[in-house]
Design a protein around this ligand. Sequence first.
Ligand SMILES: [Zn+2]
Ligand SMILES: [Zn+2]
Ligand SMILES: [Zn+2]
Length: 149
Amino acid sequence: MAVSSIDDWLHEIVKERLHAASQKVTANREALVGLLSTATRPLTIPEIIEAKPTIAQSSAYRNLVVLEDAGLVHRIVTNDDFARYELAEDLTGHHHHLICTVCGSVQDVAAPEGLERAMRVATKSIARTTGFRAQHHRIDLVGICQACT
Ligand SMILES: [Zn+2]
Ligand SMILES: [Zn+2]
Ligand SMILES: [Zn+2]
């Protein structure tokens, strides 16, 4: 029996979404999803290579593009040279980001329920006035992290 690096439910979703995007399930793609599913924060490509030394940098980059296109991975762009990668929000749960403008680090953070409630009200009122049907929202707080202050 093949030993899978990721949970069965996640494996099924990876298969489904890659196939829907006309892409194959490969060991490297599964390994990348598996790594991101256990990470406690979004990871840069150098951090991904460090954790999975068997994956070449060019391969990691190419496969992350495929995984992003398939809707499995979300890329967070900050002001430094390194994009951060995490699993798509529908797989991990809704959250927001704290982005440091000094070191470029990105932390996941749950928004207070009051903010989520206010966003639901705002989304409805925006739909009434503009006809825009929002499916979700992204709010990132940009500033200086604890380590950099
Ligand atoms: Zn920082
Ligand atoms: Zn995140
Ligand atoms: Zn939110």
